[in-house]
Design a protein around this ligand. Structure first.
Ligand SMILES: *Cc1c(COP(=O)(O)O)cnc(C)c1O
Length: 396
């Protein structure tokens, strides 16, 4: 080895073992080096006993997987490049041509869109059920139903469903159809985030999260996770994950690991701030209804009280029916601290107006427009003052 180019690439120096710091190391790899051919042929990655290729895991991604599994109260975790790809991974791992998928009517919109376009093209049908009515889920379950999505609360309208009752409906259907592949339940747990309740204790088979939201907390990274307690289910997720070539970057993994350190504190602080603002909004002119599971009168409040010990940073406001959509837009445009944008659980407060009847099939009891607010980490008095100065735009 005389040429400098070769010397620099194949340098002999190895730092001493035993380095330990607060932040885990950020290991970057497509290629993983094996010491000999035997290791190359026999090394196993599926049980995390070794490293074979960047897509199959590094020390950095293994550490985040283990921490997310702990956060969710599960045992196994697969990381994917976004929350939406976690939804798609669950669908692709467990649904086959001829199967039917059931989705709550108030689910995260892109979950529905994936079923509507991709799954439909692959011969997988879907139907929507009313998540506030377990009897409706029982009605919708058919002989080909294979997977039931759950979401708590609904994405925009924040109704909190009775998860144990919905799971009981599925379990009853499974008991009645001995021999056939059982129906699985998958929870979109982005809102609860593993903090408000334990998805598996409430009966879900699979818990998926957009790590983009609370675990990141920075509004600067996209990632998703699929967590299970059952090893066979996890292996099925992992094999589909591998065949799809899904991977996450070391830098993004580092950001989520960093965010996890402060997640419980952020969740609690944003919970307090959000409840305060939601309650305050209830009394404001032009406001017909505030939707937040911790508010008495919000759909599913009693179930939330029974099953959850915290609430996330979202609340939605339904305005009086006499307030025109353009006045609601003007109100949103008048806000200074609440920015217009998607996503939530980051440092900056956000809002967005929604036309609810256009995104659901079950009846919507309100005539007025809706704005969803996501409370960030600003001082709550400043946020209240911002809402206050913008409210006159509703009647201008
Ligand atoms: C944001 C979100 C997702 C998708 O996460 P991305 O990382 O943005 O793809 C899925 N479900 C819910 C409930 C979400 O809020």
């Amino acid at each position: 080895m005389t040429e400098l180019a070769t010397q620099l690439i194949h340098h002999a120096y190895r730092p001493p073992e035993g380095f330990e710091a607060v932040a885990p190391g950020v290991h970057k790899a497509s290629t993983v080096i094996f010491p000999n051919v035997h290791a190359l042929r026999t090394r196993e990655w599926k049980d995390k006993s070794g490293y074979t290729y960047g897509l199959h895991g590094t020390p950095t991604t293994f550490i985040l997987e283990e921490r997310i599994a702990t956060l969710e109260g599960g045992r196994f975790c697969a990381l994917v490049p976004s929350g939406l790809s976690a939804v798609a991974l669950v669908d692709m791992a467990f649904l086959r041509q001829g199967d039917e998928l059931l989705i709550p009517d108030n689910a995260y919109g892109p979950n529905k869109a994936f079923a509507h376009v991709e799954l439909a093209a692959w011969g997988i049908t879907h139907r929507y059920y009313d998540p506030q009515n377990p009897a409706d889920l029982a009605d919708k379950i058919g002989p080909t139903t294979r997977l039931v999505w759950l979401e708590a609360p609904g994405s925009i309208t924040l109704e909190f469903p009775d998860l144990p009752a919905l799971v009981a409906v599925v379990q009853q259907a499974n008991t009645a159809r001995t021999g056939a592949r059982p129906i699985l339940t998958a929870l979109d747990n982005t809102w609860g985030a593993g903090i408000a309740f334990n998805a598996f204790q409430l009966g879900a088979d699979i818990s998926m999260q957009a790590l983009t939201k609370y675990p990141s907390g920075g509004a600067d990274v996209l990632m998703g996770s699929v967590v299970t307690r059952d090893e066979a289910l996890h292996q099925q997720v992992l094999m589909t994950h591998m065949r799809l070539g899904l991977g996450v970057s070391a830098n993004d993994t580092e950001l989520v690991l960093r965010g996890l350190n402060t997640m419980a504190l952020r969740y609690a602080a944003q919970d307090v701030a959000t409840r305060g603002l939601a309650r305050w909004m209830q009394g404001q002119p032009g406001v017909a209804k505030v939707l937040h599971p911790a508010l008495a009168g919000s759909p599913g409040h009693a179930v939330w009280q029974r099953d959850a010990k915290a609430a996330a940073c979202l609340f939605s406001v339904v305005f009086d029916s006499g307030i025109a959509p353009c006045q609601i837009d003007a109100f949103c445009d008048s806000l200074r601290l609440f920015k217009l944008g998607w996503s939530w659980a980051g440092p900056i407060s956000l809002c967005a107006p929604y036309d609810v009847p256009s995104i659901r099939t079950t009846p919507w009891p309100h005539a007025g427009g809706l704005v969803r607010f996501a409370v960030g980490l600003e001082a709550v008095d400043d946020l209240r003052a911002d809402l206050s100065q913008a409210l006159p735009a509703l009647s201008a």
